[in-house]
Ligand binder design. Structure first.
Ligand code: 7PJ
Length: 371
C-alpha cells in the first residue's frame, strides 16, 4: 500500500442550510456535511496528518494536493456526493433518497435472537414475512445459516432445503428478497427461485466461485466486511486503525468485484458490525459511518439486537435490545445509511418515518435560522 488519503465528513447537517455555510449532500441521502477531515496515512498504517476543510474550500484544497493523493481525493469527493441509481427487485424499485428497512427472516435452528422459531413451519415464517412487508420493510433478508460466533456450519443441502421453499413463498407475495448466504449453490438456487439480492457476510470470499456466479447473475450484492478468513467470520483482527482499515478492505473487495465483472451500480457495502470487532472497535466504526460514503456505493448497516447493545446495557439479552437497536438505527440514518437490516420492522419503520418527517421539516422551514 502506498500513502493514502481519506475524506471523513465531521460536521453533519439536516439540510443544505448548515450554519457553517455550504454543505454537500452525502450519498444522495437526506444528510449533508459542511466540514471534513482530510486524513493522510503512510504505508505503515500510521496517520501522519489531519486537516479540517470546509465544503466550500474543498475544490481548492484538492487541486493543491500532490498528484498521488490528488486523484484519490477527487475520487472520494465525487463518491461522497454520488446519488445512487435505484435498484430493481422484480416489480419493486428500491430508491435511496430515504432509508430503506430490510427485515430479517432467519430459517435457522440457532440464530442468536430468533433461532428455531420459523424453521419447521413455513406458514409461521410466511406470516412473519407478510407482517414485515405490511409494516413497511422494503426487502426481506432470508438466512439459512447462522453466522453468530461459534455457530456450527450447515451442510449446503440443509441450507437449500431451508431457504428455497421460503424464497418461492416470498416471491409469490411480490417481496423484494435478499438471501444471506456464503454459498454459490445457494445463491444460484435462490436467485432461480425468485430472490433478487445476494447478501454475503464473507463479501464473496468464502467460495471463489461466488464472484463469477454473482457477476453472471446480474443481481445486486451486499459486500460485508469481516476480519480474518472467510470461514471464520469472528476471528479478531489486528487493526492499525479500525475505521481506515475497514474502509481499505471494502474498497479492495469492491474493486475485486468490479474486476470480476459485477457492475458498480449493483454493489452495496456494509462495515459488518459485530463481526470480529471489540465493543470499542464497533463504536469507532459506527461513529465513522459517514466516511464510507466516500467509496461511492450505497451503505447497509446491520446492528439490530447485536451484542454491542447488550454490552452497553447491562448485558440485556437479545430479545430486550429494541431500544438500543432503534437508537442505532436513528444514528445510522443521521449518517446517511441507505439500508437498515433489522429484526423489529414496525418499530424501525416508525423511527424512519419520524426521522423523515423531521428532515422534511428541516428542508422546508428555514425561518428560525440566522440569516
Ligand atoms: C449481518 C448480516 C450484517 C449483513 C448478519 C445478525 C448476524 N448481513 N448477516 N450485515 N449480520 N449484510 O443478524 O446479528 O451486519 S447475521
Amino acid at each position: 500500500m502506498t500513502r493514502k488519503l481519506y475524506i471523513r465528513p465531521i460536521a453533519l447537517a439536516d439540510s443544505p442550510q448548515s450554519e457553517e455555510g455550504e454543505a454537500v449532500r452525502l450519498g444522495g441521502a437526506m444528510v449533508w456535511a459542511s466540514r471534513f477531515a482530510l486524513i493522510v496515512r503512510e504505508e505503515d498504517g500510521k496517520v501522519v496528518s489531519r486537516e479540517r476543510v470546509s465544503a466550500a474550500q474543498m475544490p481548492t484544497v484538492l487541486a493543491a494536493l500532490p498528484a498521488d493523493l490528488g486523484a484519490m481525493a477527487e475520487t472520494q469527493w465525487a463518491g461522497l456526493r454520488k446519488v445512487h441509481a435505484p435498484i430493481q427487485c422484480g416489480a419493486r424499485t428500491i430508491r435511496f433518497e430515504q432509508p430503506q428497512v430490510m427485515g430479517i427472516l432467519n430459517m435457522t435452528p440457532d440464530s442468536f435472537s430468533d433461532g428455531g422459531k420459523f424453521l419447521d413451519d413455513l406458514e409461521i415464517a410466511a406470516a412473519h414475512a407478510a407482517a414485515m412487508l405490511e409494516a413497511g420493510a422494503a426487502i426481506i433478508d432470508l438466512g439459512g445459516e447462522s453466522t453468530r460466533p461459534g455457530a456450527a456450519a450447515v451442510w449446503e443441502g440443509d441450507e437449500l432445503k431451508r431457504v428455497v421453499p421460503m424464497v418461492e413463498r416470498l416471491a409469490a407475495m411480490g417481496a423484494a428478497i435478499s438471501v444471506d448466504t456464503r454459498r454459490p449453490a445457494v445463491m444460484e438456487a435462490t436467485l432461480a427461485a425468485g430472490a433478487h439480492i445476494i447478501n454475503d457476510v464473507s463479501a464473496l470470499r468464502y467460495d471463489p466461485r461466488s464472484l463469477e456466479l454473482a457477476a453472471g447473475s446480474g443481481a445486486p450484492v451486499v459486500l460485508m466486511h469481516a476480519p480474518g478468513k472467510a470461514d471464520d467470520l469472528h476471528s479478531s483482527a489486528d487493526f492499525d486503525d479500525v475505521v481506515l482499515d475497514v474502509f481499505d478492505w471494502l474498497e479492495a473487495r469492491r474493486d475485486a468485484c468490479l474486476a470480476a465483472g459485477i457492475a458498480r451500480e449493483r454493489i452495496i457495502l456494509d462495515p459488518g458490525f459485530g463481526f470480529g470487532l471489540s465493543l470499542a472497535q464497533n463504536l469507532a466504526l459506527f461513529n465513522a459511518l459517514p466516511l464510507f460514503h466516500a467509496l461511492g456505493q450505497p451503505l447497509l448497516v446491520g446492528v439490530s439486537r447485536k451484542r454491542m447493545i447488550g454490552a452497553l446495557s447491562n448485558e440485556a439479552p437479545a430479545h430486550q435490545r429494541l431500544g438500543g437497536s432503534v437508537a442505532l438505527a436513528v444514528k445510522a440514518m443521521d449518517a446517511g445509511a441507505h439500508f437498515l437490516r433489522v429484526h423489529d420492522v414496525s418499530d424501525t419503520v416508525q423511527a424512519v418515518r419520524v426521522w423523515r418527517g423531521l428532515r422534511d421539516a428541516a428542508l422546508t422551514d428555514f425561518s428560525q435560522l440566522p440569516i
